[in-house]
Write a protein that binds this ligand. Structure first.
Ligand code: SF4
Length: 440
């Protein structure tokens, strides 16, 4: 059964130019026609049966690919099955899922601004902004509204469609004036600049969130950071369940959730599975899922710990790039609608590695002057890099394909059948297999 999902056939070199044009840019998945914005002419008659010889991973991937809507009843065993799928198969499946729920050529530019830097009372082991970590970073006051507006205008002019603001606070208790100012910032960026807005301000009550919602806030970021099991080794001043409670507050208020984590905190692949399990079993999956690669900052406890975490040859045990890709691909399969953001640490990745991340299901990047306290790739280099590969910027407030767009695809399936009948190259395909056709 799985075979049909992966049976992708395209017009051959013998297909007439007329049929090739007719079929251009159409991708048939699960016997439905899906419009894609690819300019590529696919000349493959039949790619597939890739999973014919797959093992136990078949079932969980099949469940993921069968789903028309996100599932939040995943078990860790199922997620592990997917995560452990041979990498080339996993990436292939993730691409199919990505094309089913998103416009595959679109990548969103987001810019993150620190509106209140340093002096945080939390003890996150990786963070330069914790007052407990001797990183030399000075605590600053909240920046003024006009500066934020100017930075947001600049981000928009350079191509960003989402503007995120972060404050190094444990929570919002007693921050009435801060909340009012942030509300003003959000209102301006949302209404005047027509950009999506996201803020990360620590733990927050429903009442405070309601104020931000009235200001037009799109999303609230609150990362779970890592797995429940690994979490106590990273943060002791805030409980994992407090994080989940904040996420619940955000969802209850009707604001979208941005929640992801950091890879490279000395965790294992089991932790990647468990981290994804937490997010994938939330009542609603996060609309936005940032994947950060740790940038170990001098003076943070994690930097010291990782330096001491060596193998038998005295080499530092590093997060493998393939583990990042496996995490992204699994996230794409089990949380199909989420926008997956390649966040901090992207500047440490080669262009080819970034491309693989996009091919695996990432569809947003942070770009700009800085990523809170770490370096960030700039707009110009990102614009050039993405244009080189044919990616287009994602507009604000479009996100994953909405239901009506996906329904339209389903309706178009009739047209796909008609085209099949008209196109001998397509109609010759094995009818039993209900071919999914990628046509040129
Ligand atoms: S990660 Fe956030 S909560 Fe943790 S210390 Fe840094 S600023 Fe504070």
């Amino acid at each position: 059964m799985l075979r049909r999902f992966y049976s992708i056939a395209a017009s051959t070199g013998t297909t007439s130019a007329r049929n090739a044009n007719q079929l251009n840019n159409k991708l048939f998945l699960n016997n439905k026609t899906k419009l894609v914005d690819s300019k590529i002419n696919f000349n493959i008659q039949t790619v597939s049966q890739s999973f014919q010889n797959s093992n136990d991973s078949r079932k969980s991937i099949e469940i993921a690919l069968d789903a028309e809507d996100p599932i939040n009843t995943w078990t860790k065993e199922q997620i592990k099955e997917i995560y452990d799928t041979p990498l080339h198969d996993l990436i292939f499946a993730a691409q199919i899922q990505h094309r089913k729920f998103h416009k595959p050529s679109e990548i969103q530019f987001c810019t993150l601004l620190s509106i209140k830097t340093g002096g945080c009372t939390e003890d996150c082991k990786y963070c330069a902004q914790s007052s407990k970590n001797p990183t030399g970073l000075k605590a600053e006051k909240m920046i003024d509204i006009e500066t934020v507006k100017e930075k947001a205008r600049m981000a928009k002019d350079r191509g960003s469609t989402r503007f995120c603001m972060g404050a190094a606070w444990r929570d919002m208790t007693g921050r009435k004036s801060g909340l009012r100012k942030i509300g003003e910032m959000v209102k301006y960026i949302n209404e005047d600049l027509k950009m999506e807005t996201c803020v990360t301000l620590g733990m927050i009550s429903k009442e405070q969130l309601s104020h931000l919602k009235e200001s037009g806030l799109t999303a609230y970021n609150h990362n779970v950071d890592t797995s429940r099991e690994h979490y106590p080794k990273i943060i002791t001043t805030r409980k994992y369940d407090e994080r989940l409670e904040t996420i619940k507050n955000v969802q209850d208020t009707g604001i979208k959730v941005c929640s992801g984590g950091i890879l490279g905190l000395g965790e294992t692949e089991h932790d990647h599975v468990s981290f994804l399990y937490t997010l994938a079993t939330l009542e609603h999956h996060p609309e936005s899922l940032p994947i950060n690669r740790l940038v170990a900052i001098k003076g943070t406890p994690i930097e010291k710990e990782l330096a001491e975490n060596v193998d038998a040859n005295g080499k530092m045990k590093k997060l493998k790039f393939e583990s990042i890709i496996k995490t992204i691909a699994t996230a794409r399969l089990i949380m199909p609608k989420s926008i997956i953001r390649l966040a901090a640490g992207r500047y440490t990745m080669k262009e080819s590695e970034q491309l693989l991340a996009f091919m695996t299901g990432c569809n947003a990047i942070f770009t700009g002057e800085k990523m809170l306290t770490t370096m960030c790739n700039g707009w110009d280099e990102d614009t050039e890099m993405l244009a080189k590969w044919g990616f287009k910027p994602m507009e604000s407030f479009t996100g994953s394909l909405i239901d009506s767009e996906r329904e339209a695809q389903t309706e178009t399936a009739g047209g796909g059948a008609a085209e099949s009948a008209a196109n001998p190259d397509v109609s010759r395909q094995d009818p039993e297999m209900k071919q999914d056709t990628l046509a040129a």
